[in-house]
Design a protein around this ligand. Structure first.
Ligand code: 13P
Length: 336
């Protein structure tokens, strides 16, 4: 492992005013998104959609540091035969790859999941590196269900262990790991419970990263923010979310980590931007805070495009706008 090179890539992923476009929806997930806009999901329509985004020059050159791809996309060519990965590189952005293989039920832990995909990961990482990927992503999913006494320490522990195994394998393959322990915001819990569970998850995750000798300078953390569950009927102000999230991260995330790139997790476009902006207005942050949004960057362009070639420019304008808003938020310079 060459730590200086890993650190250089990690720093570039969170360069000032830039963040990450999470375009790594699995085929079933992107099909769900396409269904919502009346588009049939085929190899070709998925290619056309992603090509539209990667050719949105202003977004890709000014605001997007890197793109997380799904396995299908990293091997696909644009309509004119140019590999999609080349479009990303030509825009000066870094290609990345989702390497987990989704979740499975965790035995003896009803309602809980473990992320899988470690078998043969070392070989897969070699192929992805050769294809141009310089960072990767692995998402662990932790649900909160107070009635079901979820999450269990078992689920937190095995998911953190897998994140550690994945991160160590990535660094050995000269790939920067994005470590994503996502505490879901679907439940009926309040912001205090989200804060408490996320704190525990982050602490156990960093224990595992240390145990498995992951170099913190060569990774990026992708966490959720501290927010009330969607079914709680409760709201928190933008300032409260920002203050709680930063407090939680300061207590758990060593300053050696170059950057934190948040997931949007089901927040609206504007909420995700406002929260990021408010956090970046807080003084003395030890790491760069930016976005690694999927839905909060893509919902607007998907709608504007709606699968029609005549809407490509409108789709690109929508992506450029959201990327620019989040770029401003990553500097604490966004205005509602
Ligand atoms: P969302 O921003 O839609 O949560 O997606 C980010 C991501 O990569 C989830 O793994």
């Amino acid at each position: 492992m060459n730590l200086a090179d890993l650190n250089e890539v990690a720093q570039a992923m969170v360069a000032p005013g830039k963040g990450i476009l999470a375009a790594d929806e699995s085929s079933p997930t992107i099909t769900k998104r396409f269904n919502a806009i009346g588009v049939t999901s085929t190899d070709e329509s998925r290619r056309d959609y992603r090509e539209m985004m990667f050719r949105a020059a202003d977004a890709m050159t000014k605001y997007i540091s890197g793109v997380i791809l799904y396995d299908e996309t990293i091997w696909q060519n644009a309509k004119d035969g140019t590999p999609l990965i080349k479009l990303i590189e030509q825009a000066g952005a870094i290609p990345g790859i989702k390497v987990d293989e989704g979740t499975q039920p965790l035995p003896a832990c009803p309602g809980e999941l473990v992320t899988v995909g470690l078998d043969r990961l070392a070989e897969r990482l070699k192929k992805y590196y050769a294809q141009g990927a310089r960072f990767a992503k692995w998402r662990a999913v932790i649900d909160i269900n107070t009635a079901g006494r979820i999450p269990s320490m078992t689920a937190i522990g095995v998911n953190a262990h897998a994140l550690g195994r994945y991160a160590a394998l990535c660094q050995a393959a000269q790939i920067v790991p994005i470590v994503e322990p996502e505490v879901l915001m679907d439940g009926d819990h309040d912001i205090d419970r989200c804060f408490e569970v996320t704190t525990r998850v982050l602490n156990v995750t960093f224990q595992e990263l240390r145990k498995q000798r992951v170099a913190l300078e060569g990774m990026i953390l992708k966490p959720n923010m501290a927010v009330p569950g969607k079914k709680s009927g409760k709201n928190a102000s933008v300032e409260e979310v920002a203050e709680r999230t930063v407090r939680m991260l300061k207590a758990c995330v060593p300053a050696a980590v170059p950057g934190i790139a948040f997931l949007s997790g089901g927040q609206s476009d504007e909420e995700a931007t406002a929260h990021l902006d408010a956090m970046n207005r807080i003084d003395n942050l030890p790491w760069r805070l930016t976005f690694s949004y999927g839905r909060a960057l893509q919902a607007a362009p998907q709608k504007a495009w709606s699968g029609k070639s005549e809407n490509v420019a409108a789709g690109q304008r929508a992506l450029i706008h959201r990327a620019r808003m989040n770029s401003l938020a990553s500097k604490g310079e966004w205005r509602a």
